[in-house]
Design a protein around this ligand. Structure first.
Ligand code: KIV
Length: 274
Protein backbone atom coordinates (compact mmCIF):
# COMPACT_ATOMS: atom_id res chain seq x y z
CA UNK A 1 0.00 0.00 0.00
CA UNK A 2 1.29 3.46 -0.84
CA UNK A 3 2.21 5.65 2.11
CA UNK A 4 1.97 8.77 -0.05
CA UNK A 5 -0.14 11.47 1.56
CA UNK A 6 -2.00 13.63 -0.94
CA UNK A 7 -2.67 17.12 0.34
CA UNK A 8 -5.79 18.60 -1.15
CA UNK A 9 -5.22 22.00 -2.67
CA UNK A 10 -6.90 25.00 -1.13
CA UNK A 11 -9.82 25.94 -3.37
CA UNK A 12 -11.38 29.29 -4.19
CA UNK A 13 -14.36 28.21 -2.06
CA UNK A 14 -12.02 27.66 0.90
CA UNK A 15 -10.57 31.12 0.31
CA UNK A 16 -14.00 32.69 0.18
CA UNK A 17 -14.95 30.96 3.43
CA UNK A 18 -11.98 32.61 5.18
CA UNK A 19 -13.75 36.00 5.22
CA UNK A 20 -13.32 37.44 8.70
CA UNK A 21 -11.39 34.35 9.88
CA UNK A 22 -7.64 33.69 10.06
CA UNK A 23 -5.82 36.13 7.74
CA UNK A 24 -4.91 34.81 4.29
CA UNK A 25 -1.19 34.57 3.52
CA UNK A 26 -0.42 35.42 -0.11
CA UNK A 27 2.91 35.86 -1.91
CA UNK A 28 3.79 36.11 -5.56
CA UNK A 29 5.67 33.24 -7.20
CA UNK A 30 6.93 33.11 -10.76
CA UNK A 31 9.29 30.13 -10.86
CA UNK A 32 9.42 26.47 -9.87
CA UNK A 33 12.03 26.71 -7.05
CA UNK A 34 10.28 29.64 -5.36
CA UNK A 35 6.87 27.97 -5.72
CA UNK A 36 8.22 24.82 -4.03
CA UNK A 37 9.52 26.85 -1.08
CA UNK A 38 6.41 29.02 -0.64
CA UNK A 39 3.71 26.39 -1.25
CA UNK A 40 3.66 24.99 2.33
CA UNK A 41 3.53 28.51 3.80
CA UNK A 42 0.98 30.32 1.63
CA UNK A 43 -2.78 30.02 1.15
CA UNK A 44 -2.50 31.60 -2.31
CA UNK A 45 0.44 31.75 -4.71
CA UNK A 46 -0.15 34.68 -7.04
CA UNK A 47 1.56 34.53 -10.42
CA UNK A 48 1.43 38.31 -10.73
CA UNK A 49 2.10 40.27 -13.88
CA UNK A 50 4.62 42.12 -11.69
CA UNK A 51 6.89 39.44 -13.18
CA UNK A 52 7.29 41.84 -16.12
CA UNK A 53 9.18 44.25 -13.87
CA UNK A 54 10.71 41.78 -11.42
CA UNK A 55 11.81 38.96 -13.75
CA UNK A 56 11.96 40.63 -17.17
CA UNK A 57 13.24 44.09 -16.16
CA UNK A 58 10.35 46.03 -17.75
CA UNK A 59 9.46 49.50 -16.46
CA UNK A 60 5.75 48.72 -16.12
CA UNK A 61 3.58 45.60 -16.40
CA UNK A 62 2.09 46.72 -19.73
CA UNK A 63 4.41 44.65 -21.92
CA UNK A 64 3.61 41.32 -20.25
CA UNK A 65 2.09 38.78 -22.66
CA UNK A 66 -0.37 35.94 -22.26
CA UNK A 67 2.36 33.45 -23.16
CA UNK A 68 4.61 34.76 -20.37
CA UNK A 69 1.79 34.37 -17.84
CA UNK A 70 1.00 30.87 -19.11
CA UNK A 71 4.63 29.68 -18.95
CA UNK A 72 5.21 31.02 -15.43
CA UNK A 73 1.73 29.97 -14.26
CA UNK A 74 2.29 26.39 -15.43
CA UNK A 75 5.68 26.27 -13.65
CA UNK A 76 4.12 27.42 -10.38
CA UNK A 77 1.21 24.96 -10.61
CA UNK A 78 3.58 22.06 -11.40
CA UNK A 79 5.76 22.96 -8.43
CA UNK A 80 3.05 23.33 -5.80
CA UNK A 81 0.44 21.01 -4.34
CA UNK A 82 -1.26 22.85 -1.49
CA UNK A 83 -1.72 26.53 -2.29
CA UNK A 84 -4.48 27.94 -4.45
CA UNK A 85 -2.69 29.27 -7.56
CA UNK A 86 -4.08 32.47 -9.09
CA UNK A 87 -2.70 33.79 -12.39
CA UNK A 88 -2.86 37.44 -13.44
CA UNK A 89 -4.40 38.30 -16.80
CA UNK A 90 -2.04 40.69 -18.62
CA UNK A 91 -2.96 44.11 -20.02
CA UNK A 92 -5.06 43.89 -23.17
CA UNK A 93 -6.11 40.28 -22.70
CA UNK A 94 -9.54 40.87 -21.11
CA UNK A 95 -10.65 44.52 -21.45
CA UNK A 96 -11.97 44.39 -25.03
CA UNK A 97 -15.08 42.28 -24.46
CA UNK A 98 -16.40 39.63 -22.12
CA UNK A 99 -15.95 37.08 -24.95
CA UNK A 100 -12.27 38.02 -25.35
CA UNK A 101 -11.88 37.75 -21.58
CA UNK A 102 -13.50 34.30 -21.51
CA UNK A 103 -11.35 33.01 -24.38
CA UNK A 104 -8.09 34.16 -22.80
CA UNK A 105 -8.98 33.23 -19.20
CA UNK A 106 -10.09 29.75 -20.34
CA UNK A 107 -6.75 29.36 -22.14
CA UNK A 108 -4.81 30.39 -19.02
CA UNK A 109 -6.78 27.98 -16.85
CA UNK A 110 -6.49 25.08 -19.31
CA UNK A 111 -2.79 25.55 -20.06
CA UNK A 112 -1.57 26.27 -16.51
CA UNK A 113 -3.95 24.24 -14.33
CA UNK A 114 -4.43 27.27 -12.05
CA UNK A 115 -7.53 27.63 -9.86
CA UNK A 116 -8.41 31.22 -10.70
CA UNK A 117 -7.45 34.35 -12.59
CA UNK A 118 -7.02 37.94 -11.44
CA UNK A 119 -8.29 40.94 -13.41
CA UNK A 120 -7.60 44.61 -12.67
CA UNK A 121 -10.84 46.55 -12.59
CA UNK A 122 -13.94 47.56 -10.65
CA UNK A 123 -17.39 48.64 -11.87
CA UNK A 124 -16.25 48.78 -15.51
CA UNK A 125 -15.40 45.06 -15.35
CA UNK A 126 -18.39 43.86 -13.33
CA UNK A 127 -20.25 42.54 -16.38
CA UNK A 128 -17.15 40.64 -17.54
CA UNK A 129 -16.60 39.15 -14.07
CA UNK A 130 -20.21 37.96 -13.99
CA UNK A 131 -19.83 36.43 -17.48
CA UNK A 132 -16.68 34.56 -16.40
CA UNK A 133 -17.99 33.46 -13.00
CA UNK A 134 -21.21 32.13 -14.58
CA UNK A 135 -19.07 30.05 -16.94
CA UNK A 136 -16.86 28.41 -14.32
CA UNK A 137 -13.94 30.84 -14.15
CA UNK A 138 -13.21 32.00 -10.59
CA UNK A 139 -12.10 35.63 -10.58
CA UNK A 140 -10.10 37.65 -8.07
CA UNK A 141 -10.72 41.34 -8.76
CA UNK A 142 -7.94 43.91 -8.29
CA UNK A 143 -9.06 47.42 -7.27
CA UNK A 144 -7.56 50.61 -5.84
CA UNK A 145 -4.17 51.24 -7.44
CA UNK A 146 -4.26 49.31 -10.73
CA UNK A 147 -0.71 49.12 -12.15
CA UNK A 148 -2.00 48.35 -15.66
CA UNK A 149 -3.61 51.82 -15.59
CA UNK A 150 -0.38 53.54 -14.50
CA UNK A 151 -0.40 55.95 -17.45
CA UNK A 152 -4.06 56.83 -16.98
CA UNK A 153 -3.69 57.59 -13.26
CA UNK A 154 -0.40 59.48 -13.67
CA UNK A 155 1.98 57.12 -11.86
CA UNK A 156 2.04 54.68 -8.97
CA UNK A 157 0.20 56.77 -6.36
CA UNK A 158 -2.07 55.72 -3.50
CA UNK A 159 -5.78 55.90 -4.30
CA UNK A 160 -8.77 57.05 -2.25
CA UNK A 161 -7.26 60.40 -1.19
CA UNK A 162 -10.51 62.37 -1.32
CA UNK A 163 -14.18 61.60 -0.76
CA UNK A 164 -14.96 61.08 -4.45
CA UNK A 165 -12.04 58.66 -4.96
CA UNK A 166 -12.89 56.85 -1.72
CA UNK A 167 -16.52 56.37 -2.72
CA UNK A 168 -15.47 55.19 -6.21
CA UNK A 169 -13.23 52.46 -4.75
CA UNK A 170 -15.94 51.33 -2.33
CA UNK A 171 -18.41 51.18 -5.23
CA UNK A 172 -15.87 49.11 -7.21
CA UNK A 173 -15.55 46.66 -4.31
CA UNK A 174 -19.32 46.24 -4.07
CA UNK A 175 -19.74 45.87 -7.84
CA UNK A 176 -17.10 43.14 -8.29
CA UNK A 177 -18.43 41.27 -5.27
CA UNK A 178 -21.99 41.36 -6.58
CA UNK A 179 -20.66 40.20 -9.97
CA UNK A 180 -19.23 37.04 -8.37
CA UNK A 181 -15.56 37.70 -7.58
CA UNK A 182 -14.41 35.22 -4.91
CA UNK A 183 -11.87 37.67 -3.45
CA UNK A 184 -10.78 41.26 -3.97
CA UNK A 185 -7.18 42.44 -4.00
CA UNK A 186 -6.92 46.03 -2.78
CA UNK A 187 -3.70 47.79 -3.74
CA UNK A 188 -2.27 51.16 -2.67
CA UNK A 189 -5.43 52.47 -1.05
CA UNK A 190 -5.78 54.84 1.90
CA UNK A 191 -6.20 52.84 5.07
CA UNK A 192 -9.69 54.06 6.11
CA UNK A 193 -11.07 53.27 2.63
CA UNK A 194 -9.63 49.74 2.59
CA UNK A 195 -10.87 49.20 6.14
CA UNK A 196 -14.38 50.38 5.27
CA UNK A 197 -14.74 48.31 2.10
CA UNK A 198 -13.36 45.22 3.84
CA UNK A 199 -16.14 45.58 6.39
CA UNK A 200 -18.87 46.04 3.80
CA UNK A 201 -18.24 43.25 1.27
CA UNK A 202 -18.85 39.57 1.86
CA UNK A 203 -15.70 38.15 0.25
CA UNK A 204 -12.11 38.32 1.53
CA UNK A 205 -10.02 41.38 0.76
CA UNK A 206 -6.30 40.91 0.23
CA UNK A 207 -4.32 44.04 0.87
CA UNK A 208 -1.05 45.40 -0.45
CA UNK A 209 -0.42 48.90 0.80
CA UNK A 210 -4.01 48.90 1.99
CA UNK A 211 -4.92 48.05 5.57
CA UNK A 212 -4.29 45.50 8.33
CA UNK A 213 -8.09 45.26 8.41
CA UNK A 214 -7.99 43.38 5.08
CA UNK A 215 -8.71 39.64 5.31
CA UNK A 216 -5.22 38.83 4.05
CA UNK A 217 -2.00 40.38 2.82
CA UNK A 218 0.09 39.95 -0.31
CA UNK A 219 3.65 41.01 -1.12
CA UNK A 220 5.92 40.50 -4.11
CA UNK A 221 8.40 37.78 -3.14
CA UNK A 222 11.41 39.56 -4.63
CA UNK A 223 10.61 42.57 -2.41
CA UNK A 224 10.33 40.31 0.65
CA UNK A 225 13.74 38.79 -0.10
CA UNK A 226 15.43 42.09 -0.93
CA UNK A 227 16.11 41.01 -4.52
CA UNK A 228 14.27 43.83 -6.28
CA UNK A 229 15.17 47.40 -5.46
CA UNK A 230 14.51 49.29 -8.71
CA UNK A 231 11.46 50.76 -7.04
CA UNK A 232 10.47 50.23 -3.40
CA UNK A 233 6.99 51.44 -2.48
CA UNK A 234 6.27 52.51 1.13
CA UNK A 235 4.20 49.36 1.72
CA UNK A 236 7.05 46.93 1.10
CA UNK A 237 8.62 45.23 4.10
CA UNK A 238 11.90 43.46 3.45
CA UNK A 239 12.17 40.28 5.52
CA UNK A 240 15.58 39.21 4.16
CA UNK A 241 18.45 40.77 2.23
CA UNK A 242 19.65 38.13 -0.21
CA UNK A 243 21.54 40.41 -2.59
CA UNK A 244 24.80 40.54 -0.59
CA UNK A 245 24.64 36.74 -0.14
CA UNK A 246 24.32 36.22 -3.89
CA UNK A 247 27.10 38.69 -4.66
CA UNK A 248 29.38 37.04 -2.10
CA UNK A 249 28.71 33.53 -3.47
CA UNK A 250 29.35 34.67 -7.06
CA UNK A 251 32.56 36.45 -6.02
CA UNK A 252 33.88 33.36 -4.18
CA UNK A 253 33.08 31.24 -7.24
CA UNK A 254 34.84 33.71 -9.55
CA UNK A 255 37.93 33.75 -7.27
CA UNK A 256 38.10 29.92 -7.21
CA UNK A 257 37.69 29.66 -10.99
CA UNK A 258 40.52 32.16 -11.49
CA UNK A 259 42.73 30.36 -8.93
CA UNK A 260 41.89 26.97 -10.54
CA UNK A 261 40.74 25.62 -7.15
CA UNK A 262 37.28 24.94 -8.57
CA UNK A 263 36.43 22.34 -9.74
CA UNK A 264 38.12 20.15 -7.13
CA UNK A 265 38.67 16.40 -7.51
CA UNK A 266 35.28 15.73 -5.85
CA UNK A 267 33.52 17.61 -8.67
CA UNK A 268 35.36 15.81 -11.50
CA UNK A 269 34.97 12.50 -13.30
CA UNK A 270 38.08 10.27 -13.42
CA UNK A 271 40.44 12.73 -11.75
CA UNK A 272 42.94 11.08 -9.39
CA UNK A 273 42.44 12.07 -5.74
CA UNK A 274 45.57 13.65 -4.30
O1 KIV B 1 1.20 41.55 -10.15
C1 KIV B 1 1.28 41.47 -8.92
O2 KIV B 1 2.25 40.91 -8.38
C2 KIV B 1 0.22 42.05 -8.13
C3 KIV B 1 0.59 42.60 -6.80
C4 KIV B 1 -0.38 43.59 -6.34
C5 KIV B 1 0.79 41.59 -5.74
O3 KIV B 1 -0.88 42.11 -8.55
Amino acid sequence: MSTEVRIKRITTRDIRARKGAEPLVVLTAYTAPIARLLDPICDILLVGDSLGMVVYGMETTLGVTLDMMINHGAAVVRSSSKACVVVDMPFGSYQESREQAFRNCARVMAETGCAAVKLEGGRELAETIRFLADRGIPVMAHIGLKPQAVHAIGGFRAQGRNDAEAEAIRADARAVTEAGAFAVLVEGTMEPVARALSAEIGVPTIGIGASPACDGQVLVIDDVLGLFDDFTPKFVKRYADLRPLITEAAERYAAEVKARTFPGPEHCFGMPKK
